[in-house]
Ligand binder design. Structure first.
Ligand code: PHE
Length: 498
């Protein structure tokens, strides 16, 4: 068994009175220490080696409260009024005289009168009368004073007079208690028997310094081993916000799956955000209460050929064989400025630009909807959008792509369910299993001919749009979406690396 110097020193001290129990103060004195951590530390180590036994007793320690500290310095209130009373001429011992004196404050007067009565004084015709004889009161005053002095440095309840304690407990702010533990240390049999010769202290090196290495002493010294398992403070350095880290991870997954990244503007037209996607112009989601329409720019020009195509498609189905929505299409409506409500507006524009080049692209971007903020809704959030256009693009390809993505994110259980979007057929809802529950994370489908034909797309288009915050809630284990954006530093520091 390797004992440290402190342990050796403490053991030696204990062996000098091998049968005794030692208090903290005795051990500090015997070992020449001034800090109790040495006794606690060495004692614990010795106890772990079964050389020492520690006995703990729960104790209540009484010390002075704010009023008590004042009384310790200036005397107790009753002492003050008693002294005043003794010194006053008999005809000036009235209540009024007390009030006029500097002895008590107005607030204290009532208490002072009670205390005087407790000491045997009486109040006759408005004047205080001292008890006859006064010695009982004086003994009480002396006892109370010494009680306060006793408490000044903290005292075990057992060492206090019970009657005085119960008196002072009833008075406000004079004394207060804390619960503590006292320990005594004594040798076990093994501790008693341990050979004194082995208790020589050796130079123990904790810090290796150039000065130390210049001498010779270190050659014989013990080096304190490092304990690499000790708790250490966690350094709080800068790090990406969890949402940035998550976006980065999603980005690298799609890039790894062979997708290119696209970007798009927040400010869009109703035409590209909705009409191009065959969302009828009287669709409820287009109402003011769901969409942020802009006053500046209120109108954004759209090329006439697109307006013509959308008119034909919306009113009659164009060349697609569809019947369209009927009614009459408004180009004015199309050119209204708005904040994009989904990132599908960007993939559709990408297709419009290069309808004849096969592609696999994705984008992660912010979208805006007039939502009331609650546990699961924000008016600004992000979507993970993507399309695949190529010969043979199909529903199984779409589902496999999404499954692969979620699998790479760490969610291998994915299922799709039928859904409805005006711009896809068939349409899917994507769900992921999390803690035994299926959670809806996004929509997907194959773009309808009403969407792809006016743009001149050559091949089928798989499309999807998924919620980023929803996914973040799973990854970070949140049940309130707002947590992501309140910038609680403590929370941010404790988030896992993604
Ligand atoms: N745009 C849809 C949404 O905001 C998601 C979606 C994208 C659905 C592409 C089908 C195809 O929820």
């Amino acid at each position: 068994m390797e004992l440290s110097n402190n342990e050796k020193r403490m053991l030696k001290a204990l062996q000098s009175r091998a049968g005794d129990s030692w208090s903290l103060d005795e051990l500090l004195a015997a070992c020449g220490w001034d800090d109790q951590v040495h006794v606690a530390g060495a004692g614990l180590a010795l106890a772990e080696n079964e050389l020492v036994e520690i006995q703990e007793t729960k104790v209540t320690i009484w010390s002075l409260g704010p009023e008590g500290a004042a009384a310790d310095e200036n005397g107790l209130l009753e002492q003050g009024v008693w002294d005043w009373l003794e010194q006053q001429p008999e005809d000036a011992r009235g209540m009024k005289d007390l009030l006029a004196s500097y002895v008590t404050s107005i607030q204290e007067t009532g208490v002072a009168v009670g205390l005087l009565k407790g000491l045997g004084c009486s109040l006759e015709k408005g004047a205080f009368v001292l008890p006859e004889p006064t010695d009982v009161a004086i003994v009480t005053l002396v006892a109370r004073k010494s009680f306060i002095e006793q408490c000044a440095n903290g005292v075990h309840e057992a060492d206090l007079d019970a009657e005085l304690l119960s008196h002072f407990r009833k008075r406000k702010g004079l004394i207060e208690s804390t619960d503590g533990t006292t320990r005594v240390w004594s040798l076990t049999d093994a501790g008693r028997k341990l050979d004194e010769g082995g208790l020589e202290e050796r130079l123990e090196v904790v810090h290796i310094t150039p000065e130390l290495l210049q001498g010779e002493e270190w050659r014989d010294a013990d080096f304190k081993p490092y304990d690499v398992e000790l708790d250490a403070p966690v350094p709080a350095g800068g790090r990406p916000h969890p949402m940035m880290a998550l976006i980065e991870r999603i980005r690298s997954i799609f890039l790894e799956m062979g997708f290119d990244e696209i970007e798009g503007d927040f400010v869009q037209t109703a035409g590209w955000n909705m009409d191009a996607l065959f969302i009828p112009q009287d669709h409820p989601a287009r109402e003011m209460q769901d969409t942020f329409y802009l006053t500046n720019p209120e109108k954004i020009e759209i090329a006439q050929n697109f307006l013509d195509d959308w008119t034909a498609i919306h009113e009659r189905g164009g060349e697609t064989g569809s019947t369209g929505w009927g009614g009459s299409f408004s180009g004015e409506e199309s050119q209204k400025g708005l904040l994009r409500t989904h990132t599908t507006v960007n993939t559709i524009q990408y297709l419009a630009e290069t309808p004849d080049v096969p592609c696999r692209v994705f984008g992660i971007g912010r979208v805006f909807r007039k939502e009331t903020i609650d546990r699961t809704h924000l008016p600004e959030f992000h979507q993970i959008e993507g399309i695949i256009m190529e010969p043979g693009a199909s529903l199984p390809m779409l589902v496999t792509t999404l499954k692969t993505f979620y699998e790479k994110m760490g969610y291998p259980e994915v299922r799709v369910r039928p859904a409805y979007f005006p711009y896809t057929e068939p349409s899917l809802e994507v769900e992921v299993k999390w803690r035994g529950q299926w959670l809806e994370l996004g929509g997907a489908g194959i773009f309808r001919p009403e969407v792809t034909e006016p743009l001149g797309c050559e091949w089928p288009v798989c499309a999807w749009g998924m919620g980023l915050e929803r996914l973040a809630m799973l990854v970070l284990g949140l049940d309130d979406i707002r947590q992501l954006y309140i910038s609680d530093l403590e929370w941010l520091r404790n988030q896992p690396l993604l």
